[in-house]
Every structure is written in C-alpha cells, then in structure tokens.
Ligand binder design. Structure first.
Ligand code: ADP
Ligand code: ADP
Length: 223
C-alpha cells in the first residue's frame, strides 16, 4: 500500500537553483527504494523533503495512513556524526533517551540491534577506536533503535572501501528483510541500488527530474 505519494514536487532555492522539477514518486510500505543519479541531480533535496527537513516550493506530499511523527523516521547520513566522547551503547541509546527511555529499559533492544550489526562486545568502545565501517554500523543501529517506520539513508556507504561497503550492504539487506521497515536510499552506485532495492527511481542530471522508475526482480528472497 502507498505510504507516501509525492505529486509534482518542485524545489527552487532562494539563489534561483532548481533542484527538483515536477517530481512524482510513490513510496510503498515495505519498499526499499533507491534514488539513483549523478551528483547534483537533486537526490539529497528530495530526501530532505521526504524527511520534512525542507519544504517543497511546489507540489504536495501526501502521507497515507497514520500521520508521521518525528520518531517514525530514522536517519543515516554519510558522516556517522556520532558523539565522540560517548560509548557505542550511549550513541545508540540517544534517540531513546530523548524519548525518556532509561538505560535499563533500552538495554535489551540495543543489545539485539548491536548483535544484528555485528558490534556485540564493542558496547563500551568510543568512536575513535572504531573503523569507518564500524562507525557506520553504530549509525545504522542508532537510526533503527526507535523502530521507525521509515529509514532515510543519504549515501551512507560512499566513503567506505569496497569490501566494507559490500558487507554493510549484506547486513542492511538482512535487517530490512527481517524487520520490514521502509527505506529511501540515496546513492550514485548502480550496483548498490540493484543489489539492495526493489524499486529504483533514476534521476536525471538536469533539471532535477525523474528519468525512469524501475521495479527490480532479484533471484533471492525479499520479505
Ligand atoms: P530554502 O531556505 O532556500 O528553502 P532549505 O531550507 O531547504 O532552503 O535549506 C537551506 C539550507 O541549505 C541552509 O542551511 C544552507 O546553508 C544550506 N545550503 C545552501 N547552499 C547549499 C548547497 N549548494 N548545497 C547544499 N546545502 C546548501
Ligand atoms: P544530489 O544529492 O543529487 O547530489 P542535491 O539535492 O544535493 O543533489 O543538489 C541538487 C542541486 O541543488 C545542486 O545544484 C545543489 O548545488 C543545489 N542545492 C542543494 N541544496 C541547496 C541549497 N540549500 N541552496 C541552494 N542550492 C542548493
């Protein structure tokens, strides 16, 4: 069922740059949707609009079903933006702490998530002790800890080496298959979009339009 329908969404910034021009897009519950396209085609702008961090200049966003609250959306950015002085556990706990969930109440869920991203045993490590891939794993756990309905990811693995990236792709796919959240994944990697998503929205470089929408059929089980 459709979760979000974007109709003729446009975004022109105050400096006159048009980042999106009449974009139509349907996000269905349970989708792993990739926004694929070259740098500057408007992917991040589209994601920020879905996130409610930026408002469209024209067009409408129609969230179907229950209205989306702040905790219904999780974020993972290319920069893991972890609190440098805080442990892995405390970094993942943060979104729950902000909702008033105590350390003790949060512990079972955090332990399970850390296991899913292969960070069991690193609860007390601080970010500078971790590799780039491990920091991204912490960031994914933090993004999912509130059990959001939608996870928004903006080029999450772009700065990682290829092998780390491949492992993270596999682990993310497994998490998505098990937990059935909806993902919007911004990438300029054709491989990543085909490997991960069931739906690819290809954006054209200019002027910020959708060029093609593809449903991906893959030879391994999806949900
Ligand atoms: P507007 O106020 O024009 O509607 P938004 O509220 O969506 O734009 O976002 C503006 C934010 O984006 C500002 O914080 C600004 O510093 C930042 N920004 C400005 N230029 C760029 C750029 N070229 N790429 C990415 N972000 C930018
Ligand atoms: P992508 O994520 O595909 O690289 P973006 O959505 O970041 O593309 O940017 C699309 C276009 O909009 C680019 O030309 C970029 O410089 C411009 N842009 C993005 N954010 C802003 C902003 N806040 N103010 C002005 N221009 C922006």
């Amino acid at each position: 069922a459709p979760l979000l329908i974007m109709r003729a969404v446009g975004k022109t910034f105050s400096n006159g740059v048009t980042a999106l021009d009449r974009v139509d897009l349907t996000l269905r519950e349970g989708d792993f949707l990739s926004l694929l396209g070259p740098s500057g085609c408007g992917k991040s702008t589209a994601l920020r609009i879905v996130a409610g961090l930026s408002s469209p200049t024209t067009g409408v966003l129609d969230w179907r079903g229950a209205p989306m609250g702040k905790t219904d959306i999780g974020f993972v950015f290319q920069e893991p933006t972890l609190m440098p002085w805080a442990s892995v556990f405390d970094n993942v706990w943060l979104p729950l702490r902000l909702k008033g969930v105590s350390r003790r109440e949060a512990t079972p869920a955090i332990a399970e998530l850390l296991e899913r991203v292969h960070l069991t045993g690193f609860e007390n490590a601080v970010p500078r002790e971790l590799s780039g891939g491990m920091k991204m794993r912490v960031s994914i756990a933090r993004g999912l800890v509130t059990r959001p309905r939608v996870l928004l990811m903006d080029e999450p693995f772009a700065a990682l080496d290829e092998i780390t990236r491949f492992k993270l792709n596999n682990d993310l796919l497994e998490l998505w298959q098990d937990q059935r959240f909806t993902v919007v994944f911004v990438t300029h990697s054709v491989f990543e979009s085909v490997f991960l998503s069931n739906r690819i929205v290809v954006m054209a470089a200019r002027p910020g339009r959708v060029f093609e929408e593809v449903d991906v059929d893959v030879p391994y089980p999806r949900n």
